[in-house]
Structures are given as structure tokens and as C-alpha cells.
Design a protein around this ligand. Sequence first.
Ligand code: IDP
Length: 137
Amino acid sequence: MERTFVMVKPDGFRRGLVGEILARFERKGFRIVGLKALRISKELAERHYAEHREKPFFPGLVSFITSGPVVAMVLEGPNAIAEVRKMMGATHPKDALPGTIRGDYATTIDENVIHGSATPEDAEREIALFFRPEELL
Ligand code: IDP
């Protein structure tokens, strides 16, 4: 069993894709162990995306991710980290296959609908950033 952190980004929330995305993960068989809607602060955005701090797209990324509500969740299941990444599709929607979330719902890299942890270390760090232990089942 593994846990991963997933977030429907502001574009996904604004476009009403939360239910569709949650349904895919539920049908796949993942257990939702944490779920909340929130507006991300600039500080939280900068901590969440700390690895990209030096990249040219960082300011745009922070401004986008704080531009509206998001839905944050923790999903649990066998190989959850890799399986969720597979269901999300490639970072750039032009490389994401049809049938994946980004392949089906996104067209540009700066508004690519969903985030999912890349590694077990990222998952642990991101879950702790967004959820207190008592908020998880
Ligand atoms: P991931 O979201 O698939 O893990 P990362 O490389 O960790 O991809 O990048 C984090 C997020 O930063 C991406 O989902 C995307 O929204 C944004 N991003 C990455 N590269 C670029 C870029 O070259 N231009 C604009 N945004 C980017």
C-alpha cells in the first residue's frame, strides 16, 4: 500500500472537472484518505514547488496555482504514486496520450489540470504540506 498526493489545479476546478477526475481514481480502486478544497497561499505554493524556484516559469506557476481554488487529496492503493502519474499522463499535454487526464482535458503545459507526487519522498513531503495527520483517514 502506498499513499500519494494529488491536486486538481485551478484550471480543473474552474472548468468543473473535479467530479470527473475523482470518479476516475475511485473507479480505478484507489481509496480517498484525505480530501479538501482550498485556496493556496503564495507561501504554500512556493514551498510546494520549491524544486522549480530557479526556473523561468516559476513566477507564472506560483501565480497560476494561487489564482483560484484547488482540490487537494491523498489517495491510497498499490503503487499509487506511479499509477496516478500514469493516469495523469505526461507533463506537457501534447505528449499525454488520449485516455489520460491531461491527454483528455488539457492543451497547454502551464494549465495542465492536475498535479500528482513524482516520488515517495515528494508524496510524504506534499501530504504533510497540505494535510494535518488528523485530517487523514
Ligand atoms: P509534473 O507536474 O508532471 O510533476 P514538473 O516538471 O514537476 O511536472 O512541473 C511542475 C509543473 O510546472 C507542471 O505541471 C507545469 O504546470 C509547470 N511547468 C513545468 N514545466 C513548465 C514549462 O516549461 N513552462 C510552464 N510551466 C511548466
